[in-house]
Design a protein around this ligand. Sequence first.
Ligand code: UT7
Length: 319
Amino acid sequence: MTRRSVIAGTGSALPARRVSNAELAQSVDTSDEWIVERTGIRFRHIAGPDETTGTLATDAAKAAIASAGIAAENIDLIVLATATPDQTFPATATRVQAALGIDDCVAFDVAAVCSGFLYALHVADSMLSSGAANRALVIGAETFSRILDWEDRATCVLFGDGAGAVVLEAREGEAGILASRLHADGRHNELLYVDGGPSTTGTVGKLRMRGREVFRHAVTNLSAVMRETLDMAGLSSGDVDWVVPHQANARILDATARKLELEGERVIVTVDQHANTSAASVPLALDVAVRDGRIQRGNILVLEAMGGGFTWGAAVVRY
Ligand code: UT7
């Protein structure tokens, strides 16, 4: 029997404040019509002063642990994907560990922006498969509202805050992560980046994006890596029950699904409700679809994401 990483539980958390396009249009030169037509976004949640990447991650983690039916002290690994950590150091994963009351485990952050959750999942899966850990919390959590330039209408309307988490458990059997593949191409830094950092400007900086170029790369890279992981798993797009994609833009989801000849009904879409929550978007969408009953045990899922770097990746999972 093969030792695999099974998704034993899922959870998510959103800030209390929900902002509509119409509300945004009161302070930004934009309109509900433009945002819906170009992106599919209708709402986003924005963190209040007491809500941070760490608090959202902790709430999502607690929900995932409860749904897995385990005790927090059984977690021996926490991998948290974020581009908006609470502090430059230590890792936000250690704040989550402390908040969960776990005395000892391995805990670290992964920075791969919007594909961070796929990176974190791959690392955790490798550690579980090798026997280095047995039960992992894999979290994607972000407060992008804190790094947005609210004067730049081309970016500030696109993002939201939130967190999603899964409990991964090493088990023998057919269920679990069947294939996972990551990529990076650092030549594209200037298309999507933050113009600050501790080692350069000494400031946190603001997000900058050349959206149209990112869009083009996203459709090409995502469809290619989805095919690659399906091939690795010995499956084809016809075997896929659900695609759980990074939620950047409804038009990217449509174009990618078309390239793989997947019907739109098999794609989980939450971008309308949450906007782009970067590393949180895949586990957040997964949790929504698990809780509303669309995703069932035994289903074949493809998770995928692409973001700044560029970095991108996909994973095929028998849920
Ligand atoms: O998660 C990381 C990966 N990120 C992505 O995948 C994002 C990928 N890119 C996109 O989703 C799209 O490129 C955007 C949604 C960012 C932009 O859509 P677009 O169709 O590529 O529009 P555009 O940037 O070419 O802008 C078209 C027009 C421009 O006006 P002109 O020059 O044609 O007069 C913009 O100034 O829309 C204007 N515009 C806006 N108008 C109203 C840009 N932002 C806004 C806005 N409200 N918020």
